[in-house]
Ligand binder design. Structure first.
Ligand SMILES: [Ca+2]
Length: 181
């Protein structure tokens, strides 16, 4: 407990991502940094601060749009929707941020996040998940599903990501910055 990662968490992270134990342990140390001994989870402010650390600059340097991207990512990874990230949730989140160290477009994170979620459900590597599973993931990303989607039995990865991003975009132009049309 506390400053050492539990065997359960270690095994879970390794099985889900195939990442080496050394890296998972290092990530756990990063996760613990700034957390009091009795604190087990991160809130959004702390998450953003860590994201800034990873990118090697100050939180203040994030643009509103970038912050919004991280907010979406935070929400997406907050599996149980309690507004906090457990280590497992955090680990998957930072994995994607780290892969996009030089990337300034948070939407790219979302794409990778969608893929990762898809692959976590695709346990037998069939590149298919049930439509219900797909809709559950979309829901976490605030992506709507059509009645047609719910009639499908399975959905493949390409379709899953393409539809998801397209719908997110549509939503963004509606809800995001005001546009004069
Ligand atoms: Ca959570």
């Amino acid at each position: 407990m506390g400053n050492t990662i539990s065997q359960e968490d270690l095994k879970w992270c390794r099985d889900k991502t195939g990442i080496s134990e050394a890296i998972i342990k290092r990530s756990y140390e990063d996760f613990r940094k700034g957390l009091a001994d009795n604190e087990k989870e991160l809130d959004f402010e702390m998450f953003l601060k860590k994201a800034a650390d990873i990118k090697g600059h100050d939180v203040q340097k994030f643009t509103t749009k970038e912050k919004e991207g991280y907010r979406n990512l935070f929400k997406a990874f907050d599996e149980n929707r309690d507004g906090k990230l457990s280590f497992r949730e955090y680990f998957l989140g930072t994995l994607i941020i780290t892969n996009h160290k030089d990337e300034n477009d948070p939407n790219k994170f979302i794409e990778d996040a969608l893929r990762l979620h898809f692959r976590m459900k695709d346990v037998n590597d069939s590149h298919l998940i049930s439509a219900k599973e797909a809709i559950d993931i979309w829901y976490k990303f605030d992506i709507y599903a059509t009645p047609l989607d719910s009639k499908l039995q399975y959905i493949d990865e390409k379709q899953f990501v393409t539809k998801g991003l397209k719908r997110l975009q549509i939503k963004e132009t509606h809800v995001g910055e005001t546009k004069n049309t």
